[in-house]
Ligand binder design. Sequence first.
Ligand code: ADP
Ligand code: MG
Length: 141
Amino acid sequence: MGNKTYAMIKPDAIRNGHLGKILDCTISAGFKILGAKLIRMTKAQAEGFYAIHKERPFFNELTTFMSSGQTMVLALQKENAVSAWRTTIGATNPAEAEEGTIRKEFATSLSENAVHGADSDENAKIEIGFFFTESELISYQ
Ligand code: ADP
Ligand code: MG
């Protein structure tokens, strides 16, 4: 199991004023921040990032939403980071997310669900590489 994952705080959460609270939850859950940037994704960047979903019916809605405002992109470190972060954020649909998860607390809908989490070590590496160069990541020993 790897110790890094890729996360995003999505435009709905930032628009709704939850950026600081979500960062607080992230740190309280034991994640170290290796890299963080506040960006505004272009539609083309969102389409590239979510290329794996390009055949899905919600692809246009998703990429329009992800380019609709600010996103914080994050590289996070913790033991078993990918699964630990997915547990911390909860189910994709906030209506199904467990109490105490970030999506349960801060997401508004299935599409505007506050945060992203990579789904495998392999994808975490690819996704971190999409927004960060190696030299931008802090290394903790
Ligand atoms: P997750 O983000 O939990 O890994 P997916 O990879 O399945 O979920 O989907 C990527 C993102 O696409 C979701 O986080 C959500 O923003 C959006 N999404 C997923 N399913 C739907 C849907 N049925 N309708 C609209 N948006 C969706
Ligand atoms: Mg996913």
